[in-house]
Ligand binder design. Structure first.
Ligand SMILES: [Zn+2]
Ligand SMILES: [Zn+2]
Ligand SMILES: [Zn+2]
Ligand SMILES: [Zn+2]
Length: 688
């Protein structure tokens, strides 16, 4: 049919002296128009209409995409035969290739308005009532996506009650639905879908006699005769792209469902700058970059097709898939790890798999881990729960006097629980540091320099895992002995555990608070003994727990085997670490493992970049000297000889804690002073 048409063109062209553009033997356009912007609805004509785009100044690849035939709103088919045109009159001297496509028409509702039935067109008048009606019907189609689902659920229960109270046979469920919003019921349907739409259901309810019925969107019965020819060439030599459209469309124009390439690529750039792993259409649309880009307009002002949120979700998902093809769980993490393993400074440092789908993922830059090797103490704290499922995120942090803030030195993501598994965690951490620094990691109680204190919330598996790791490396001490030298329990945590025992008398609880402040072993054991036999539920169990050697040495300065200067000079709670990860709260929660790791990476990057500023103005190698802490340890050692007892009492008896509202629990801004019970009680009263 089209062959005939082209031949006809030929004849017409021969008869007509005004032959405007000849693109090939049989491809002639009687009308030519130049455009700067792509025509989503290219004009057509029985004798050929050529839309010509001047793309000089464009990047060649970008131009090909922006002016590709895929951007037209008509569905097209045909096998896309591309043939070379040797003698193209219009572009003499240049070789041209020509791709041929065929218009596939549109699908229309079985209850389509008569107005739509014999619409043929050669150009789209956007102001015509037909275009407006189909356009509005399409908008409604987006809006009603959810309503449609509801209607589908009631598909076979149609029982419309009309204004006269006449109910048709069936269950009157949909009746309620239609009565609520009568504007959803239409007399004339203007639903037009591009032919390639999968959905065959009209979103509207149609009034047919006394019934309200849904409609099916049907494929066209007659073929559309229009053919499109796309003519790209060597754009460097001849910067023009041409679409020739021949024939008259025998159907109404399809609604604007496709988003033009230019807009799509702008959106893509913005999506690429967002956290694609947990991005949603809603988050995207409220983001600051898109807001700046839109400059007060709404997204559908860019192009009507963007009124569809699922379209934006599709772009997001597409980006996500192409960036992270292995998903976002441990498999995706492994892929990410392998992708960056050979890079100079990867963030994911090791992944260890244990039985039963357990894993340990160690993260930290070289700079972070190197700095960790120079610390005198670290805090290990569970970060705010931001990863869904059973994975925990452990943060290793410490206060840096150079940066004048608490920094994170490593993050460990794991779903392990047992001491044996945690032993692996510490092995991964310390051996990674040793590889980075090229020497063995120093622990103060073994090497007389280096890390002297690890402060943690009481987590049995983790603590014993640490002990076992140290014992495996330095077997002259048992696991428990190692812990007694290096492990300190968070005092805030300790106190909270006491607070939980509301069934105990105030007297008993006060005795419990007292234990870390006592300076004589016998006194502590005596107090514990009294608590144990106070006959209150939970008291005996509490004491039994505290009598575990590594726990007792973790809470009491007189039981610890830690250098007492280090004990006094290091914090007695994981408070600093918690202020470091307080911000994690804002960065999102319920993330996938991979998204959590990437958030952690970005957070650390920001934190350390701003820390660098300080470092540059300070003496860089002060880490080597352990700076203030090392100096004050020296100073205190001297002072200690003079008065030993006092200093240890005064430092360990006071905890001032400002709770940040995450972490241990939801208490806010409490000030605890274990040394002075009255002020603590006052605080409690104020809270009530
Ligand atoms: Zn319809
Ligand atoms: Zn057509
Ligand atoms: Zn704590
Ligand atoms: Zn915490």
């Amino acid at each position: 049919m089209t062959e005939n048409l082209v031949e006809l063109n030929e004849k017409l062209a021969e008869e007509w002296p005004i032959q405007i553009a000849k693109f090939g033997q049989k491809l002639i356009a009687s009308e030519v128009r130049y455009y700067i912007e792509f025509q989503e609805y290219p004009n057509t004509s029985e004798t050929g209409f050529a839309s010509i785009y001047n793309v000089s100044g464009w990047d060649e690849n970008e131009a090909r995409k922006a002016f590709s035939m895929t951007n037209i709103q008509y569905s097209y088919g045909g096998n896309g035969t591309i043939c070379t045109v040797k003698n193209c009159d219009f572009f003499p001297g240049f070789e041209v290739s020509k791709e041929e496509r065929k218009c596939l028409g549109v699908k229309m509702c079985e209850f389509a308005s008569k107005e739509l039935l014999d619409v043929s067109h050669t150009s789209v008048d956007f102001t015509s009532s037909i275009f407006k009606n189909t356009f509005n019907a399409n908008e409604k189609f987006y809006e009603k996506a959810t309503l449609c689902l509801f209607a589908k659920a009631h598909e076979y229960k149609c029982g419309y009650v009309d204004r006269n109270g006449i109910r048709c046979d069936g269950v009157p469920k949909l009746g309620e639905f239609t009565q609520k919003d009568e504007s959803d019921v239409i007399d004339e349907c203007f639903t037009v879908h591009p032919n390639n739409t999968r959905s065959d259901e009209c979103p509207f309810l149609h009034k047919v006699g006394n019934h309200i019925v849904k409609g099916t969107v049907k494929k066209p019965t007659t073929e559309c005769p229009v053919k499109f020819y796309h003519i790209p060439k060597n754009l460097k030599e001849c910067p023009f792209i041409v679409t020739v459209s021949v024939g008259i469309h025998n159907h109404p124009p399809p609604p604007p469902r496709k988003t033009p390439y230019n807009i799509k690529s702008q959106l893509q750039k913005i999506i690429d700058n967002e956290h694609v792993l947990d991005l949603t259409a809603r988050k995207f649309l409220t983001g600051s970059m898109i807001q700046t880009y839109l400059n007060g307009k709404s997204i559908s002002d860019l192009h009507p097709s963007l009124n569809n949120q699922s379209k934006i979700n599709y772009y997001i998902e597409k980006t996500r898939r192409s960036k992270y093809p292995f998903g976002q769980n441990i498999l995706g993490v492994v892929h990410e790890f392998m992708r960056h393993e050979k890079s100079e400074d990867p963030y994911i440092r090791s992944i260890r798999f244990l039985d039963n789908e357990q894993y340990i993922v160690l993260c930290g830059t070289k700079k972070q881990l190197q700095a960790l090797s120079k610390l005198t103490y670290i805090e290990i704290d569970m970060a705010f729960k931001r990863i869904h499922g059973i994975t925990n995120e452990w943060e290793v942090s410490a206060y840096s006097s150079q940066a004048q803030k608490t920094l994170t030195f490593a993050r460990i993501f794991t779903n392990v629980e047992t001491a044996e598994a945690y032993q692996n965690l510490f092995e991964d951490l310390f051996s990674c540091i040793e590889r980075d620094i090229g020497e063995s990691f120093n622990f103060h109680h073994i090497h007389k320099k280096g890390l002297g204190c690890i402060i943690a919330d009481q987590h049995k598996g983790q603590a014993l895992g640490l002990g076992q790791y140290l014992n495996s490396k330095y077997p002259h001490l048992t696991s428990i002995e190692h812990l007694q030298h290096i492990y300190k329990l968070c005092q805030v945590h300790y106190k909270r555990n006491i607070d939980k025992n509301r069934q105990l008398s105030k007297e008993t609880r006060n005795a419990m608070y007292l234990i870390p402040t006592l300076n004589i072993q016998e006194d502590i054991l005596e107090v514990l003994n009294k608590i144990q036999f106070c006959n209150k539920p939970g008291a005996a169990a509490w004491v039994k727990d505290k009598l575990v050697p590594w726990v007792l040495s973790g809470i009491s300065s007189v039981f610890t085997k830690m250098d007492c200067t280090i004990w006094n000079q290091t914090p007695n709670n994981t408070n600093a670490g918690e202020s470091a990860h307080a911000n994690v709260n804002r960065d999102g929660c319920n993330l996938s493992l991979l998204a959590g790791i990437i958030r952690g990476q970005e957070f650390d990057k920001r934190q350390w970049e701003s820390a660098n500023v300080h470092e540059q103005y300070n003496v860089p190698e002060s880490y080597r000297n352990k700076s203030e802490l090392a100096r004050s340890i020296q100073a205190e050692k001297r002072a200690e000889k003079r008065c030993k007892k006092q200093s240890s009492t005064s430092t360990s008896s006071r905890i001032v804690k400002k709770q940040k509202g995450n972490g241990h629990n939801k208490e806010n801004a409490i000030v605890i002073d274990i040394g002075e019970e009255d002020s603590y009680l006052e605080q409690q009263k104020k809270k009530k």
